[in-house]
Design a protein around this ligand. Structure first.
Ligand code: NAI
Length: 250
């Protein structure tokens, strides 16, 4: 039977997080939508409840404030019930090359994209152990596989997530908790929007995909919901590239 426990989705106000929240709600699972953008999180939670008829909870939170995570899990559980899954889609980017990046820049990117993921899992550990078919998914990136001179902290954070996924899968497998990552290619969201508006970039990104297009957030949300479902019950410690074939020909 597919897990019925609630799902926490970070970065759930927008883009890939929002699409992941929609996809798990469509499977009938309750959702806690967490985001730095409190209004966006609350609005997304309300809209998802209206459309899918599941319990939802919208919470404004900075996931890098790790001492607030346990209280946030407790507050979420009170509204959406037992929690058994996570999608960590909160993410950020700093366009600074080696030479320009200082300690603050490294910390800013690594804390959101990488460090928050295992810290979230730690805050949820007791819930995950108690849940049937518990699973977590981190949204990494194809930039975790290839170098990009203009965003080294982002690339390091996403490559680091893949190492964290394998280590957490090893530690948590005996507890019945699966841990995986998705590495999206170019997806039409607010984060990519600024880059897509630069001259020639949209066309270059479209050309780089063997499908000759940018992906939609739901094309990541659906694989995330799949990885959290019992259809993926023997998949753990993996990173799945969902990029329309960009890396197939890179
Ligand atoms: P987005 O900008 O639409 O969504 C990111 C969300 O994360 C925003 O709602 C933002 O408020 C939230 N967030 C940022 N820092 C936070 C913090 N400290 N605490 C809580 N929430 C925070 O961007 P998108 O594209 O949906 O990004 C989602 C994830 O997908 C990110 O990890 C990103 O790196 C990754 N990704 C995106 C790709 C793309 O082409 N859009 C490609 C590969 C990976």
């Amino acid at each position: 039977m597919s897990p019925t426990s609630a799902v926490i989705v970070t970065g759930g106000a927008s883009g890939i997080g929002r699409a992941s929240a929609e996809a798990v709600a469509a499977q009938g699972r309750a959702v806690a939508v967490w985001d730095l953008n409190a209004d966006g999180a609350i609005a997304a939670a309300q809209e998802i409840a209206n459309v899918h008829g599941v319990a939802t909870f919208g919470l404004g939170i900075d996931v890098t404030k790790t001492d607030e995570l346990t209280a946030a899990v407790d507050a979420s559980r009170k509204v959406v019930g037992p929690i058994g899954a996570l999608v960590h889609a909160a993410g950020t980017v700093r366009r600074q090359s080696i030479g320009d990046l200082d300690d603050e820049g490294w910390d800013f990117v690594l804390n959101v994209n990488l460090r928050a993921f295992p810290m979230l899992v730690q805050a949820m550990h007791a819930d995950l152990v108690a849940a049937e078919g518990a699973a977590v998914v981190g949204i990494a990136s194809i930039e975790g596989w290839v170098g990009n001179a203009s965003i080294p902290a982002y690339c390091a954070s996403k490559a680091g997530m893949l190492g964290a996924v394998r280590s957490m899968a090893d530690r948590l497998g005996p507890d019945g908790i699966r841990v995986n990552a998705i590495c999206p290619g170019f997806i039409e969201t607010a984060m990519l929007g600024i880059t897509l508006n630069m001259p020639g970039v949209r066309q270059r990104f479209e050309e780089s995909s063997v499908l000759k297009r940018i992906g939609q957030p739901s094309e990541i949300g659906e694989p995330a919901a799949f990885l959290l479902s019992d259809k993926a019950s023997f998949i753990t410690g993996q990173s799945i590239i969902v990029d329309g074939g960009v890396l197939a020909t890179a």
